[in-house]
Design a protein around this ligand. Structure first.
Ligand SMILES: Cc1cc2nc3c(=O)[nH]c(=O)nc-3n(C[C@H](O)[C@H](O)[C@H](O)COP(=O)(O)OP(=O)(O)OC[C@H]3O[C@@H](n4cnc5c(N)ncnc54)[C@H](O)[C@@H]3O)c2cc1C
Length: 389
């Protein structure tokens, strides 16, 4: 067992860090507070080979590994946390499920534009009455001749104000086996996008409404029975969320360390107070241990899609470490940490959201407990037996 990156991975990390320093360091603070998708960054990253890192070259990807994509997130976020969203979008988000299961015709139409950073895709999974209980989703796809007609609503979709193409989870029929997904373009008649609402992180999302929205059958991504495949693809998205949470925690940690080394109170640098030294020690333990779990999940995933258990345990650890460390970094930097003069408060707000998005910490712990006891715990309310039973 070797816990070091390989020489190739180290060289790749250095080249991404150089790219980030040269192109993304300037404007990092302003970018974090700009609500719109940074197409300029996406197009730069496309030229640098940072989109579709783990996709095969036959899909216009780079033929690399998921671990390479994790390294890219880490290196970009260390310089510009907001730009790591673009690495997420181009490597881990719905684009990955799309590339995995899309038909040649679908990919020809959209994948090239997405990987070039000229188009954004948004995932519509959550509904007003189907959050953690995602399999309760009601948005329906009814076959009508050569078409499907979509009815229903989605909420909270990342990038929904900017996206041109939406990967929408739908119900073709009853039960788990009735769930699949379709691709719907902005502007399709019957598809309306509400005005943006804002998360605490500053990100915006729009309600998506489908009212007798007609799409051709060739826009079906995964038909009935596709839910398991969708979740397998979604585990990749979870790893991206995991990597960003940890990377934001590390950004905040580094900022707080540099601040504590130079800021003086009582005629001494802050780092000489033991009360703060122990905070840094605790933060280092959280970051280092979570990173090992992330690397395990990503490295093992290179032999296929990541395991649900390894992803759940890595996401739980990295989400918690990312938020706790960035929150502690705010404390260590005092009013400066709480101020928008630095990106530390931004890291705290972003990491808070990832404890809910992509599988909440509680739902992930349910999954981990199933592994511990090697049995499934149904979360659904059981019908109370009647007296006759
Ligand atoms: C930043 C952000 C980005 C997002 N991006 C997207 C996106 O791109 N596309 C999309 O479709 N959705 C997106 N979401 C929505 C996200 O998937 C849901 O918020 C998530 O699934 C939880 O659903 P909910 O918010 O309805 O909470 P609920 O399901 O109502 O849960 C509320 C609370 O109860 C807990 N809980 C629920 N059930 C259980 C249980 N069985 N055991 C223990 N605890 C439980 C939850 O963990 C949570 O703490 C995003 C959310 C956020 C915050």
């Amino acid at each position: 067992m070797n816990f070091d990156l390989t020489e190739g991975q180290k060289l790749f990390a250095e080249s991404v860090r150089r790219f980030a320093r040269d192109n993304l360091a300037a404007g990092a603070l302003a970018r974090a507070h700009d609500l719109r998708f940074p197409y300029d960054v996406a197009q730069l990253m496309a030229k640098q080979g940072l989109m579709g890192i783990a996709l095969p070259q036959s899909d216009s990807g780079q033929g690399g590994t998921l671990m390479d994509a994790v390294i890219a997130i880490e290196q970009v976020a260390a310089v510009c946390p907001r730009s790591a969203d673009v690495v997420q979008f181009g490597n881990f988000g719905p684009i990955r499920t799309f590339a995995e299961y899309g038909t040649a015709k679908q990919k020809k139409r959209w994948l090239g534009e997405l990987l070039a950073g000229r188009m954004v895709m948004s995932l519509g999974m959550t509904e007003p009455d189907a959050g953690s209980a995602v399999t309760d989703l009601k948005t329906s796809a009814r076959q009508d001749g050569p078409d499907y007609v979509i009815n229903g609503s989605k909420v909270f979709s990342t990038f929904s104000p900017d996206a041109q193409i939406f990967l929408i989870y739908v119900r073709f029929g009853p039960g788990l086996g009735g769930i699949g997904s379709v691709l719907i373009e902005r502007g399709t008649p019957g598809f309306t996008i509400g005005s943006p609402s804002e998360f605490m992180s500053g990100e915006e999302w729009c309600e998506l409404h489908f009212n007798e929205c007609r799409i051709p059958a060739e826009n079906v991504l995964l038909g009935p029975g596709g839910f398991k495949k969708q979740m397998a693809g979604f585990n990749v998205e979870r790893l991206g969320n995991t990597a960003r949470a940890l990377a934001c925690g590390r950004y905040a940690f580094n900022a707080a360390r540099d601040y504590a080394a130079t800021r003086e109170q009582f005629n001494r640098p802050l780092c000489e107070f033991q009360g703060l030294q122990w905070k840094f020690a605790d933060m280092a333990v959280k970051l280092e241990s979570a990173q090992l779990l992330l690397y395990r999940a990503a490295t093992n995933a290179d032999h296929g899609l990541p395991s649900a258990y390894e992803t759940a345990i890595a996401k739980t650890a990295c989400n918690q470490a990312g938020f706790e460390v960035s929150s502690e970094a705010v404390q260590i930097m005092g009013a400066m940490g709480f101020s928008r003069e630095t990106l530390v408060e931004y890291c705290m707000r972003r990491t808070r959201g990832w404890m809910i998005a992509g599988g909440s910490i509680e739902m992930l712990k349910n999954r981990i407990a199933e592994h511990v006891f090697d049995r499934r715990f149904d979360q659904r309310k059981r019908e109370t037996p009647t007296a006759a039973e």
